[in-house]
Each structure stands twice: as C-alpha cells, then as structure tokens.
Design a protein around this ligand. Structure first.
Ligand code: ADE
Length: 225
C-alpha cells in the first residue's frame, strides 16, 4: 500500500511513522509512506499557503491553489482510492473504517491547519473526511499518524502473528479479554487458574466470556450496536 501525506509540518510525522510496527511494515515493503511539504506548492517565495478568511474572523484558512496544485501533481503518479482530509468535523475513525482503508492501494491524506482548508477543496477533491474524536487538535498531523498506524497494522503480513490483529479490541465488536504474564502470583494477586490449565478450548471460552462482560461493563453502547 502507498500512502502520501500532505502537510506543512512533516517533522511531526517523522517519529510516529519510523518506529515499531510502522517501521517494520515499511521495511517489509508492505507499506510505503511519503510525507510531502505543502509549501512546495506555495503561492509565493515566502512559502505562503494560507490567507485570511472571507467574511472576517480570527484564524487563517489554507488556500485552494497550493492544495489543488499539490493534489493534482501527486495524482499524476498514482490514482488514489481515497483522498482523505483529517478534520474534527469528519466521520469518526473506527476499526471498521480502518479495515476498509487497509484494503486500498493508494491513499492521499491531507493535514489541515489553522481554521482548516478552503471549502472548495473539500467539495472538489476530498473523498473522505476523518476525525479521530470530538476534540480539536492544533493540526491534522497527529490524527494522520493515528490513521496510518490503525491501517498499517491491518495490512496482511505486517504483524508477525497474522492472527493477532483479528483478536484486537473492536475487531469483532467486543473489547479484548484481560491478559497476564509471569509471574503467576505477584504480591498474592493471582493469574486466573483457567489460563494455567493448559486447556485451549476452556481458555478460549473463558476469554470470550470475559470479552462480553468487559464490553457490557465498560462500553454498554457497543453491546447495543
Ligand atoms: N484536526 C484537528 N483536530 C482533529 C481531530 N479531532 N480529528 C482529525 N483531524 C483533526
């Protein structure tokens, strides 16, 4: 999968995408992420990409011209399955959406800043608007990193144990069961006996029951769905 990201702050994306599973996905050539500085398409030599908003009011708006030129230039190299704009007023990111994106070949992600991007870019180029939650961040870079991470780990072959993403919370509409590691007794706090029983069927049943009760307790809204 190829993902292009357009941003005025490429530095913010460096670290999240160059460690751990995202690093491995790129080393294995299963994922190729390229971060592009939007100022390459600035309207003048000062690197301007934003301007005051029509109608007045505080805050700058990212201009049409640099964004349109950048999207068109990048689109010459590949056909994007989706052009995604990270914005708090977008559709809330879910495991379902991450699963759907992980089946695509080419994605372009646009990180907004300031007051956001000119609405005409949303109208004419953007195919998906994604929010990572009902709160406002300073820009779309951290949300973009979260989106890429949520997608990248689902690409077949990225995780060592291919099945492990299948058992993630939300993957089957339930939260994950609790997990334990050594020692079996820490300060008298014991690991449930069943996990030490060596009986895979019973363990699987126990984990499923735990998932259900955990979801009922912590996320009753998910049970209703
Ligand atoms: N940009 C600023 N806040 C955001 C959010 N919550 N989700 C996605 N992009 C954003």
């Amino acid at each position: 999968m190829h993902i292009d990201i357009l941003t005025v702050l490429p530095e913010l994306l460096e670290s999240p995408l160059s460690h751990s599973i995202m690093k491995r996905a790129q080393e294995k050539k299963l994922l190729n992420v390229q971060v592009h500085q939007l100022r390459q398409w600035a309207v003048n030599e000062y690197g301007q990409v934003d301007d005051y908003q029509y109608g007045g009011g505080a805050g700058m708006v990212m201009m049409c011209e640099p964004l349109a030129n950048a999207i068109e230039a990048l689109s010459k190299n590949r056909t994007y399955d989706e052009i995604i704009y990270m914005t708090p007023d977008g559709e809330k990111l879910s495991q379902k959406t991450a699963n759907q994106f992980s089946l695509k070949n080419n994605l372009l992600i646009i990180c907004g800043h300031y007051k956001g991007i000119d609405e005409r870019i949303r109208d004419h180029f953007i195919t998906k608007e994604i929010s990572i939650g009902d709160y406002v961040l300073s820009g779309g870079e951290l949300p973009a990193a979260i989106l890429v991470d949520s997608i990248g780990r689902l690409i077949p072959g990225v995780l060592n144990d291919e099945t492990s993403a299948l058992f993630d919370s939300f993957q089957d509409g339930l939260l994950s069961p609790p997990v334990y590691t050594r020692p079996a007794d820490f300060r008298g706090w014991k690991v449930p006996d069943i996990l030490l029983s060596g009986d895979p069927k019973k363990i699987e049943e126990w984990r499923h029951e735990q998932s259900i009760s955990k979801t009922q307790n912590k996320r009753p809204d998910m049970m209703e769905e």
